[in-house]
Structure formats: structure tokens, C-alpha cells
Design a protein around this ligand. Structure first.
Ligand SMILES: [Zn+2]
Length: 282
């Protein structure tokens, strides 16, 4: 006990030590937040605002609310691809560039499935349960709320003129599949469920399933060597940035990071939902 003996200098030192200890303790708690197991549960994911689309963790445990349905869905026809599917508006430009580059490389792509609503995913999962049983379905198809397709940023590709990619022994070895695996990151897309990683991704290998996270982040994910789920979990568990230093000058009003809500276009509104058999995938 320091009592009356403590000089102001000692009290300051004690305060500094206490602060350092508290910081170290906080850091320990954060780093202890390791990747959760692939438990089957129904926990609402932490990052679930429409603006958090590139940060949302979805797996067998974490899910979106059933009401999550972006309002800015656009037909993939706007990206020069077949048009019976939709993605969020901000995905279109990079998707268009990627589709054009793939075509130039002789690896022409088509969209098998893109946005899927909560209700569609429910019938999709029911279909695959019927076909292959619950145990197999839960490894290769997401239960309602758990699918990255509900984000409106995720696409199952196939080869142009080809059949559904899951009918190939390894679609990743086709011209289109190999091109995507090598190049999709340049356009902001990440393969969510790579080969040999199902213990950390929670789903079986899906060489056709790509989630858009933007070019900068896709490049960071690739450089990290982590799967997307590991990367996003780390990002979500990282200590928050230090609070901004108070400044007398008011900050410039920054353009909102929230995508401007736009009314669904008539084409998106009238697009029929794909039949369940046309769309498994996480
Ligand atoms: Zn998929």
C-alpha cells in the first residue's frame, strides 16, 4: 500500500502501470477469441447491417435475420452475363470487368445462382436434404439465414454453355474454374470454400462459389493465406481502433459509406426465384 508515502511521481507511475495492465488484459481477451468451431446453431451474426456486407461472418453457426434483403439488387445481365439472377448494384462493375476478362482468356463464365432470399434458401436446403440427407446437406448447403447468397454479393458460376458446376468431378479444373481460382481476386471476388479447408470454412469444397468483398480486401485476403471465414473472424475480433483525438475543427462531412438505398428495378422485382435444384451451395 502506498498511503501517505506516495509522492505524486509514484502515484503517476502506479497509474501508468495500471493502465498498461488493463490494456494487456484487454488484448489477451481479444486474442483469446479464436475461430469458433463449425457448430450447427442459429446465432445472429454480429455484422449484419447492409453496409457491413464485406465484413459479415456467415457459417453453420452465424446467420442473417430472415428479413435481410438488400434493396439494390440488379440483374447480372448488367454485367454482360446471363440475366436471371441478381446481385447488389455495387458488384456489377467489377463483375462486368471479370466476365469480360474471362471471356478474353477463353474461359467464358455464366451465372448459375446469385442472390437467394431467406425463403429461397429454405427450399434450397430442404431440396438437398431430400436428395442427400441432412448430414450431407449441412456440409454442402446452407440452412436458411446462413447462406452468403442472402448477402446479394455471392455468385455460383458455371462454364458458359456448361451444366451446373456441381455435376463435374472438379469444376475448379475446367477452363472457367481454373481461370476464376487464379484471377477472381483481382476483381474483388474470393472463393469462400477452397479445397481441403472444410474444417475451417465449415463447408465442402465449392470451386464455383465466389463472394465479392471488393478489390482491396480480396487482395488482402489472398495475401493473408487465410480462408475468408478465418479472415473475417479475425477482422471482427480485432481490437477496435483507438478513439479519435478530439479536434477543435469539425471533420469534413464524409460521403456516407452506407450504399444509397435504391428501389428495386422492375427487372429485379419480376425475376423469378431459381428452382431449388438449380442452386445448392453454402
Ligand atoms: Zn454458392
Amino acid at each position: 500500500m502506498m498511503g501517505r508515502m506516495a509522492t505524486p511521481r509514484l502515484r503517476l507511475l502506479a497509474l501508468l502501470v495500471a493502465c498498461a495492465l488493463a490494456t494487456a488484459l484487454a488484448a489477451t481477451v481479444v486474442s483469446a477469441s479464436s475461430l469458433p468451431s463449425c457448430k450447427v446453431a442459429d446465432t445472429l451474426t454480429a455484422q449484419r447491417s447492409y453496409a457491413a456486407w464485406s465484413r459479415t461472418v456467415l457459417d453453420t453457426r452465424y446467420r442473417l435475420p430472415s428479413t435481410y434483403r438488400p434493396v439494390d439488387l440488379r440483374s447480372t445481365a448488367n454485367a454482360g452475363l446471363n440475366g436471371s439472377n441478381t446481385v447488389r448494384s455495387f458488384v456489377i462493375a467489377d463483375l462486368r470487368a471479370m466476365a469480360a476478362a474471362a471471356r478474353r482468356a477463353g474461359a467464358r463464365l455464366a451465372v448459375q445462382s446469385a442472390f437467394r432470399s431467406y425463403a429461397t434458401q429454405r427450399s434450397t436446403f430442404a431440396y438437398w436434404t431430400q436428395v442427400s440427407g441432412y448430414a450431407a446437406a449441412v456440409r454442402s448447403s446452407a440452412r436458411a439465414g446462413h447462406s452468403e447468397h442472402q448477402l446479394g454479393t455471392t455468385i455460383d458460376f458455371r462454364s458458359y454453355g456448361g451444366s451446373a458446376p456441381w455435376y463435374y468431378s472438379d469444376w475448379g479444373k475446367t477452363k472457367a474454374g481454373a481461370w476464376l481460382r487464379a484471377n477472381a481476386w483481382k476483381y474483388g471476388f474470393v472463393m469462400s470454400y477452397p479445397k481441403g479447408k472444410s474444417s475451417v470454412t465449415c463447408y465442402a469444397y465449392e470451386p464455383w462459389h465466389f463472394r465479392y468483398v471488393g478489390r482491396a480486401k480480396a487482395s488482402h485476403v489472398r495475401a493473408s493465406g487465410l480462408t475468408l471465414r478465418e479472415y473475417l473472424w479475425r477482422e471482427q475480433s480485432a481490437p477496435p481502433p483507438p478513439p479519435p483525438t478530439p479536434s477543435p475543427t469539425p471533420a469534413e462531412p464524409s460521403p456516407s459509406s452506407e450504399p444509397t438505398p435504391v428501389e428495386p428495378s422492375p427487372s429485379a422485382a419480376t425475376t423469378p426465384e431459381p428452382p431449388p435444384e438449380a442452386s445448392p451451395g453454402g
